[in-house]
Design a protein around this ligand. Structure first.
Ligand code: FES
Length: 330
């Protein structure tokens, strides 16, 4: 052995420290109560977490000296979760340190699967240790731990609600319909083919029926990009070509990957780029995906002009706009 290694000696196990609860039933009882109180505090924290989520309004604020205006629901959720996790941990540690058997056990390494005799021994040992820990006798601890663990198990359920409602078929329907005029965004002006030069891009929204208010939700679903190419640039099926007008083609602006706004157009390559994960769509081939994680092209809106020469939709979108998983969820 090298001199370096000789400097280190095996410290062995620390000396056994006698615990009062081992020999004094009164101390053991007191420790049992302390553990139960810690588990109950954990349960109270979880009740606070669930209760504040259900009963406290998410827009209620209170003023706190150091934090200033603070959202009450967020505050109670945080305090509740901290209490439930902290006190259940404290209870377990205190229980182990004061009441559980503190006999040192050294386990030798074995093959991954133990011999049948060892497995039987293990079961026996667990039973023995459970008896030594007086689990059967300490009903107070058993019950308070059961309550605390049961409530903690419930808390993730309320987080599921935060995932929000399923979109169902909301994205299958937009405000685009047969004859709906395309309005500039911003500006809300109807648009004629002559307003767009070859190579230019415009964002448009559908004209809504009089008295209907445009909401952010509508804009999120309805936004469409108009791009004008030379008609000979297209490599489209006859049907898709009939959805264009004088070289103008329209696509949903919502990325079919995860719903970001497809906002970048490369005039030279005629590619649309999504800035979120770099999905790239070829405008000349009906927004076919040529790079990135998007699984399908941007939905194309069929357009034409009305009697006054303004651009209008020929029909609604023929497929849901937005991420593909929304389409699958409907
Ligand atoms: S959201 Fe567009 S590439 Fe991911």
């Amino acid at each position: 052995m090298s001199n370096e290694l000789q400097k280190f000696t095996d410290p062995g196990l620390p000396a056994h420290v006698h615990r009062k609860a081992d020999s004094d039933p009164k101390a053991a009882k007191a420790a049992e109560k302390q553990v139960a109180i810690l588990f109950l505090l954990s349960a109270i924290g979880t009740v606070m977490l669930i209760g504040s989520y259900i009963f406290v309004k998410s827009n209620k604020f209170i003023y706190l000296p150091i934090l200033g205006d603070t959202n009450l629901q967020q505050l109670l959720l945080g305090v509740g979760m901290a209490m439930s996790l902290f006190f259940i941990g404290m209870g377990a540690v205190h229980w182990a340190k004061t009441l559980m058997s503190d006999t040192e056990v050294i386990a030798q390494r074995h093959e991954m699967r133990s011999e049948p005799e060892d497995r039987t021994d293990f079961v026996e040992t667990v039973k023995e240790q459970a008896a030594l820990a007086n689990l059967g006798r300490r009903t107070l601890i058993k019950r308070s731990l059961g309550l605390s663990l049961g409530l903690i198990g419930l808390s993730p359920l309320i987080l599921l609600r935060d995932l929000g409602p399923l979109p169902k078929n909301q994205l299958a329907t937009t405000d685009w319909a047969k004859g709906t005029r395309l309005l500039t965004d911003p500006g809300d002006r109807p648009i004629k083919p002559s307003d767009l030069e070859v190579g230019s891009v415009a964002q448009v929204l559908p004209a809504l029926p009089t008295g209907t208010e445009r909401t952010l939700e509508n804009i999120g679903k309805d936004a469409v990009l108009l791009i004008r190419l030379r008609p000979e640039d297209f490599q489209l099926s006859p049907e898709r070509l009939s959805w264009t007008h004088e070289g103008i083609i329209a696509f949903s602006k919502i990325c079919s990957h995860m719903g970001c706004a497809v906002a970048l157009y490369e005039q030279q390559t005629k590619h649309l780029l999504c800035p979120c994960h770099q999905s790239t769509f070829d405008v000349t081939r009906a927004a076919k995906v040529i790079f990135g994680p998007a699984a399908r092209p941007l939905p194309q809106l069929a357009i034409t002009v009305d009697a006054e020469g303004y651009l209008v939709a020929q029909q609604p979108f023929t497929e849901p706009v937005g991420p593909s998983f929304w389409e699958r969820s409907s």
